[in-house]
Design a protein around this ligand. Structure first.
Ligand SMILES: Cc1ncc(COP(=O)(O)O)c(C=O)c1O
Length: 386
């Protein structure tokens, strides 16, 4: 038997005809950058999320960097975030020159513990960046309350959580600005890299749109005025050459037409696929029972199980048994962010964030994807509870 951790074959077979046609249409159109598919995708996903602006970008990491930059986050600012995440969350904070400040997680939800945030706020703190880890919504009311009290921005890293709900609302719509990834293995994945910034704030949207495309033209000028109210310039552009007038040091971070075409097809299925993940999770929890610790889905949230994690003190033995049977496992994450070598300079040491450190020792992931067969689910459970 052979079961991958995330197997995209079943999904591809399901949508093969539709998706291949959509890609061929793009190829034949010869319009590869910022065309109709990108426009349609931004409209479709804005509608799906229920958000005013959905701005496609090249990947989830860029979505984070552009969001932070659009909020004016810069050198010396502090951003409070979780140590239990993929590196890109903390990396993006450093990339704009700010300092990540790590707060321990809640041992049940594995998300940032809102009760510990306030203690880490200083006069340099500008934002809180929670991550809906493995597709489990953070306690957004508690986070937004602290943010409001201290006049901080909130940026959601929803890269693993498209379709998840908090109190019935889509994650990624519960803060100033939010970020999504369409990395191929994500719940909504392209066939290459892709990402999205979502916001209800017109100014943030304008700046992200400008920054993702070199900060040029009318948008670049308007974005600069928003970032620097002292800047006043309304000189005429030479008609047709607007994009060669530059106002900001931006990025080239555009989603391409082929990825947008693929995502337009896949977006139609996201709720169905997320539901299938939730069904697999129900079976796992039933079968694995009390032998393992599961990530908690609270009464306020609907999780989308990007990863199905379990915690066990017998982790190594169980992983060996699974591998013997050809069943893949994953380790998310072996090293919490505050103990990453690259962040040594921040001065954290082992024992500073005890909950995440303990979780990282005992956690591992078992296969999770919508098409995982009942037979394979049962086999995985059987091997694990033996
Ligand atoms: C929590 C989290 N944040 C950010 C990212 C970065 O996304 P990308 O790989 O699309 O740059 C990812 C995914 O890889 C992620 O899981």
């Amino acid at each position: 038997m052979s079961v991958k951790l995330i197997d995209l074959t079943g999904q591809y077979n399901e949508i093969q005809k539709e998706v291949e046609e959509s890609v061929i249409n793009v190829m034949r159109s010869t319009n590869y950058i910022m065309g109709q598919e990108v426009q349609n995708f931004e409209e479709n996903i804005a509608k799906y999320l229920g958000v005013k602006h959905a701005i496609s970008v090249a990947n989830g990491t860029d979505a984070l960097i552009l969001s932070l930059a659009a909020l004016g986050i810069k050198k010396g600012d502090e951003i409070i975030t979780t140590p239990f995440t993929f590196f890109a969350t903390a990396e993006s904070i450093e990339r704009v020159g700010a300092v990540p400040v790590f707060v321990d997680i809640d041992k049940e939800t594995l998300n940032i513990d809102p009760a510990l945030v306030e203690k880490k706020i200083t006069e340099r703190t500008k934002a809180i960046l929670p991550v809906h880890i493995f597709g489990n919504p953070c306690d957004m009311d508690a986070i937004n309350e602290v943010a409001k009290k201290h006049n901080l921005y909130v940026i959601e890293d929803a890269c693993q959580a498209i379709g998840a709900k908090y109190k019935g609302k889509q994650v990624g719509t519960l803060s100033d600005v939010s970020c999504f990834s369409f990395f191929p293995t994500k719940n909504l994945g392209g066939m290459g890299d892709g990402g999205l910034v979502a916001t209800n704030n017109d100014d943030i949207a304008k700046i992200v749109k400008a920054l993702k495309n070199h900060g040029s033209g009318v948008l670049g000028r308007e974005a600069l005025k928003l970032l620097n109210p002292d800047f006043k310039d309304d000189a005429e552009f030479v008609e047709g050459f607007e994009k060669y007038y530059n106002y900001l040091i931006g990025y080239n971070s555009r989603l391409d037409e082929m990825q947008a075409a693929i995502l337009n097809v896949k977006l139609k299925y996201i709720d169905e696929w997320n539901q299938k993940r939730r069904n697999v999770a129900v079976q796992y929890k039933k079968g694995l029972n009390k032998k393992f610790v599961f990530q908690k889905e609270t009464e306020n949230s609907e999780m989308v199980y990007h990863i199905f994690s379990v915690q066990s003190e017998n982790k190594d033995k169980i992983i060996d048994c699974l591998h013997e049977k050809g069943i893949a496992t994953g380790t998310y994450y072996p090293v919490p962010m505050h103990l990453q070598k690259v962040f040594l300079k921040l001065g954290y040491k082992e024992g500073d964030l005890p909950i995440v450190e303990e979780v990282c020792k005992n956690i591992f992931a078992i296969p999770m994807f919508p098409e995982l067969s009942e037979k394979n689910q049962n086999e995985i459970i059987k091997v694990m509870i033996r």
